[in-house]
Each structure stands twice: as C-alpha cells, then as structure tokens.
Design a protein around this ligand. Structure first.
Ligand SMILES: *Cc1c(COP(=O)(O)O)cnc(C)c1O
Length: 466
C-alpha cells in the first residue's frame, strides 16, 4: 500500500486555518486554542496512516478532519456541569447535586459575589468580623443552642469536633451506630483520623444505658451518638434516649456529641412523613454539640453545621482544622438565606424546595402526569407506548431510607428501540433528562420534575422520535 498517497491527503495546517469552518471556530474560541487542536488532529491522522493498513478507514479519517477538529475544540469549551432534569423521583439525589436551593438564594448569591461583601467585616465596628455572623444569630434562635458555626460538610464537622474534643482520649459509641455513609465516611475511620479512641459498647441491635456507664473512665472525652441515617435496625432493638445519655454524660462531667445527619428543623409529621429528630429536640434533650448536613433535609448548600455550647464551639473555632475546612462565601450567603426561610415555620414548606417537593400534593403530580402523557401520546404515540403509572418517590441522600412517598409517573415503552437505549438518548439530550428503568419501562416520576421542565422532557422526546 502506498502510504505516501495518503500522507499527501493530510490537509496543511495553514490551509485548514483558512477554511470557513475553522475560521468560525476561531471566532468562537480564539485562534491559538483552535490552532493547537488543528495540529493535534492532523498529527494524530499522520500516526493513524502510519499504523493502519485499512484504506477505507484511512479515507474516512481524512474526510472527517474538520469535524474531528471541531469536536476536539468543543470537548474543552462546552460546559461539563450542566442543568439536568431529575425524573428519578429521588429528592436528595447525591449524584444530581442533592438539595435544590431556592431562586431567591441563587439571586442573593449572584448579587453578593459579583461585588464585595462584609463576609468577615464588622460594619458596626469597622473591624474584622466573623464569617459565621450572617447566620449564627438566626440558627441559635431557631434551635435554642448557645452558639453555632459551619464547615465545608458534615463529614468535616464530625472530624473537627472529635479532633478538638477527643484527641488522645476515648469516645464511647454504640455498636449500632458505627455507620458508613456514602462516599466512604465511616465513623471508626473518622475517629481514627481525629486522634480519638473509639470505645464500642452494646451490640448491633441493643445498647443500654449501663453499657455506656460501664465504659466511662477518667480518660473518657465524650459520648457520641450517631444517626443511623441510611439504614434502620428494626425488630428486637433498643437504644438509649438522648435525655438519659445527656444526664449520664453530665453526671460524669463529659459532653454528649450528636451527629444527627440530616438537619431537620421542622416536624416532618406535618408533611406525612415519620418523625425525624429535630436539631431543636437534640439541643433541648441536652446534647452539648450537634452537627448536621446543610444539603440534606435542611435544603441548603453543602455544609456541616455545628451548634451547641458556646465554650465548646469557641474551642472548635480556634482549631487549625477549622481554617482548613472553612466555608466559602457562596455557602455563607446561602446558609443565611436558608435559615431565614425557617423563621416562618408555616411558610417554610413553600420557600425551601426540598420540603416543597416532599410535600407536593399527589393530585397535582397526577394532573401533571396526565397532561404530559396526553401530549406525548399525541406527539410520539406512533413510536412509543405512553402510560401513566403510580410509583414511589424517595427522599434519598441517606435520609429516611424506609420512607416511600406515593407518587405518579409517565411510563414509556418504545416500539423500535430498547428501553435502555431510550434512557441513554434522554440522558444525552440537549438538556439531559435522568430517568429510571423499571421492569423494562422507562419511568419518569414527575415529583422531582420542576416547573417548566415538562417542556424540556417533551422537546427531548419529540427530538428523539422525529
Ligand atoms: C450524611 C451524613 C454525614 C455526612 O454528611 P456530609 O454533609 O455528606 O459530609 C455524616 N453523618 C451522618 C449521620 C450522615 O447522615
């Protein structure tokens, strides 16, 4: 095979740079940048010709040079992080960014970060202020705690608390609470990292007050209670009520720390869910330090919020790890917004999107499903069976794993492609739509499909079947 014939077909870099297609790319992305891709793609082509004996493939590659350049440029210049439609029905979907925050919160962030702010500046005194002052005052008022602060996430909060309060000393934890939360956060590992010594007491299903009491000695730094978040031990079980643990800890002059997982500030029974212990209840029951996530049931930004006794929070604020785990201004702004939303308990269910999605009326979802499936039946009914189906939404994010919320879905079964191929096509749509495949049907639970997103689903499907 005469390779020279093919080498001659490789377009010259100058010539490519002069072509209309590439010139257009240059005006979008800058000449230098495109030039690099042109060099790279033509060089790759040379190597391909060198190594391949398949004339047909070589010809195809030569013909696609311009397209390959464009793709190379675009692979760097299109956004990787994009808005997607969550049609899975999982409200706190960790892969899809957990809690959706309110538009007002986003507006406020935009307003404040595109200029300077008093993030750490005390406007009264004209001197350096605290990064936590934007929300400390509200969160202590809501929870009844003396003091509050926040770090990057709740895993960081637990690590920090133990590093400050338990280094080189013992912390007593029930064997039923040695949990692993997604993303390899394991209580025993975090304890080891903090320098605290884990003392396990009780059994997986039952831990009694005397188990804790028997383990307390002069080297005990604290009792730790951990919410089992993403699993539940049911049946023959027993754990010690927080009040009793607090009383025991205080009798021995040590603190009770609680990692409550999701930062619930309202009684979820109001929204038809089971009771989840609230932060207020933990503070009231006597926990000295309580920490929780910002982006689980609280419905705010990623953060680990720590509330509790002022003397301990002051010590935590001074620890070097606090600086390493500190929240950025985006988070400080968003936390202030979300805690403000909780001031009015009656309206919080409308102002915090996570609570709003949990609380959505089943009939509203059914109506939304009827409307969308009707339109879809007209538009793509020739290519796809369109049905409505009852389904169950989940909270997700490792919160309330056993709670299922009745919901309703559009169910699709394409005639001329597999269900998984339809799932893939929707995932690759201009605005990706993320769905579940259940019993070989594509299910779109509309509980988590937000205002205006029905149209995105409709357009996406219309395009796929056009
Ligand atoms: C989710 C969770 C964590 C981790 O919180 P992040 O904010 O995701 O770091 C820690 N402890 C418990 C009990 C949790 O449920």
């Amino acid at each position: 095979m005469d390779k020279n014939k093919y080498y001659r077909l490789i377009p010259k870099v100058d010539k490519l740079m002069d072509s209309d297609e590439i010139k257009n790319l240059c005006s979008d992305c800058g000449r230098e940048y495109v030039l690099e891709s042109v060099r790279k793609v033509t060089e790759d082509l040379r190597e391909f010709i060198n190594s391949s004996d398949n004339e047909e493939e070589i010809t195809r590659k030569v013909d696609s040079v311009s397209a390959d350049i464009e793709q190379d440029v675009k692979s760097y210049t299109t956004y990787h992080l994009r808005r997607v439609v969550n049609a899975t029905g999982t409200i706190l979907h960790t892969n899809l960014g957990r809690a959706v925050v309110a538009k007002e919160t986003a507006e406020r962030i935009k307003e404040l970060v595109t200029g300077y702010s008093n993030l750490e500046y005390d406007l009264e005194k004209g001197e350096r202020g605290s990064r936590y002052s934007s929300f400390e005052n509200i969160i202590t008022r809501i929870t009844g705690a003396e003091s509050a602060m926040a770090v990057n996430n709740n895993a960081g909060a637990v690590l920090l608390i133990l590093s400050v309060l338990a280094k080189d000393r013992e912390v007593i934890v029930s064997r039923g609470e040695l949990v692993e939360i997604g993303g390899s956060f394991r209580i025993p590992d975090v304890m080891a990292q903090s320098g605290g010594n884990l003392v396990e007491v009780g059994t997986t299903n039952k831990t009694h007050l005397f188990d804790y009491e028997d383990a307390i000695n002069e080297n005990t730094a604290a009792l730790l209670k951990v919410h089992s978040s993403n699993y539940k031990i049911v049946g023959f079980t027993e754990s010690v009520p927080l009040e009793e643990l607090a009383e025991l800890a205080h009798r021995h002059g040590i603190p009770l720390i609680e990692d409550i997982g999701s930062g619930v500030l309202v009684d979820l029974r109001r929204y038809g869910l089971v009771y989840e212990p609230t932060v207020q209840a933990s503070v009231k029951a006597g926990a000295d330090i309580v920490c929780f996530s910002g982006d689980k049931l609280l419905g705010g930004p990623q953060a680990g919020i720590i509330v509790g006794k002022k003397s301990m929070i002051d010590r935590i604020k001074k620890h070097p790890l606090t600086r390493a785990l500190r929240i950025d201004k985006f988070t400080a702004i968003a936390l202030e917004c979300v805690f403000r939303q909780y001031i009015d308990e009656d309206r919080v269910v409308d102002s915090v999107p996570v609570l709003k999605l949990i609380n959505r009326n089943l009939n509203d979802i059914k109506n939304q499903v009827e409307r969308l499936s009707g339109r879809l039946a007209d538009e793509i009914g020739k290519n796809c069976e369109v049905k409505t189906e009852s389904c169950e939404s989940q909270i997700g994010g490792g919160s309330l794993p056993l709670e299922k919320i009745e919901s309703c879905a559009v169910s699709l079964k394409p005639f001329n492609m597999t269900t998984s191929s339809l799932e893939m096509k929707l995932r690759h749509a201009k605005t990706p739509v993320i769905c579940r495949v259940v019993n070989d049907n594509l299910l779109m639970d509309l509980r988590t499909v937000l205002e205006g997103e029905d149209e995105i689903i409709f357009d996406g499907l219309k395009n796929i079947f056009k």
